[in-house]
Design a binder for this molecule. Structure first.
Ligand code: PLP
Length: 364
């Protein structure tokens, strides 16, 4: 991937909108990437709109539909465990006069389609439900949600599921993606929008991406995303089985070696690569910095929402966890590059860090 991206920066650096051969060569890379991503996602190449990140894709989907359908209704429904890219967009739209409804989740982090359906009325134009929650890994029942959507369109933030699960594009009207979750370049995203659906562009200008996202294309980023998507789709099943085995090994190690922990990731319908654990009587942030000194990188919530204004995870709060459990939560994110030795080293480091914190803090 880096070879391809470097070549597109150093040699084939044409602008895909240019008519000369350098431009046409760049356009071919964009087309190829569009086909690769569409194949990985399960949609048509024409339905892909490249953006600068998952956040932009969420904004384009939500604002694009809310504005296009404002005469049909002004009610928008989402869940309490969405990424800030969705929740903050809903909050901004509420300030602009839309009526928004945030539906809660159960204690395992799942939305109940019947409860969600109660919030959807004839005026509801958009429902936004993420596919996989980024903090605890719960997989949301999108097919059941789609059955109850009434006149509304269904958008899903699929940033965490790309390359880990088949994307249920057959039940979605819009789906958001981000390249860096599949080892692609940072600062690259895409929105998949069902064929004829009309959305209002949020960026106007030269009319690139069929007028839905003006601005000269990030050709190296797009090509890198396309290649990463192909690689992620190729070996998805074996890779995910391997990652899930490492996650289960980590979960077992923690439960066997460290007392007073709470596993926040559900033991069913969870993505292979996320494990969220509360080490009661500790502060997740302190554990994070202790592990970091040994080259083990974890997070307390999600890395990309750690600038959030409120303290503590809104996801764990929505699941009804105690303040102590929220304070001591750590999110482990695994990949196919993690080995058994990495897990053993992590459990060992955790055991020492947690023991030390509790000892100094006089836990219980
Ligand atoms: N949605 C989810 C579920 C995420 O986990 C993230 C980031 O990790 C985003 C959206 C934002 O994506 P990006 O960082 O590409 O803007």
């Amino acid at each position: 991937m880096t070879n391809l991206m470097c070549r597109l920066m150093r040699e084939d650096y044409g602008n895909p909108s240019s008519l000369h051969h350098m431009g046409l060569a760049a356009e071919r890379h964009v087309k190829q990437a569009r086909r690769s991503l569409a194949r990985a996602v399960g949609c048509r190449a024409e339905e892909i709109v490249f953006t600068s990140c998952g956040t932009e894709s969420d904004n384009l989907a939500i604002r694009g539909i809310a504005e296009a359908r404002r005469r049909a209704g002004r009610r928008l429904v989402t869940t309490a465990i969405e990424h800030p890219a969705v929740l903050e967009t809903f909050a901004a739209l509420e300030n602009e006069g839309y009526e928004t409804c945030i539906v809660g989740v159960d204690k395992e982090g799942f939305v109940d389609p019947d409860r969600l359906a109660e919030a959807v009325d004839e005026e509801t134009t958009l429902i936004s439900v993420m596919h996989v929650n980024n903090e605890v890994g719960s997989i949301q029942p999108l097919a059941a949600v789609a059955e109850k959507k009434k006149n509304a369109l269904l958008h899903s933030d699929c940033v965490q599921s790309l390359g880990k699960l088949p994307i249920p594009t057959e039940v979605l009207d819009l789906a958001s993606f981000s390249a860096h979750k599949i080892h692609g370049p940072k600062g690259m995203g895409a929105l998949c929008k069902a064929g004829s659906l009309h959305i209002i562009p949020q960026q106007t200008g030269g009319g690139q991406e069929k007028g839905l996202r003006s601005g000269t294309e990030n050709v190296p980023g797009i090509a890198g995303f396309g290649l990463a998507a192909s690689m992620a789709a190729e070996s998805m099943d074996e890779r995910c089985t391997q990652i899930a085995a490492m996650r289960d090994y980590l979960r077992r190690g923690i439960l066997d070696e460290i007392p007073d922990v709470r596993i926040n990731t559900p033991d069913h319908d969870a993505v292979c690569c996320i494990l969220n654990v509360s080490f009661l009587g500790t502060r997740g942030e302190v554990i994070l910095h202790t592990l970091e000194q040994q080259g083990i990188y974890v997070s307390t919530g999600s890395a990309c929402s750690s600038h959030a204004k409120t303290r503590g995870s809104h996801v764990l709060r929505a699941m009804g966890l105690s303040g102590e459990a929220i304070e001591g939560a750590i999110r482990f994110s695994l990949s196919a590059y993690n080995t058994k030795e990495d897990i053993e080293q992590t459990v060992d480091a955790l055991k020492k860090a947690v023991h030390r914190f509790r000892h100094l803090g006089g836990f219980r």
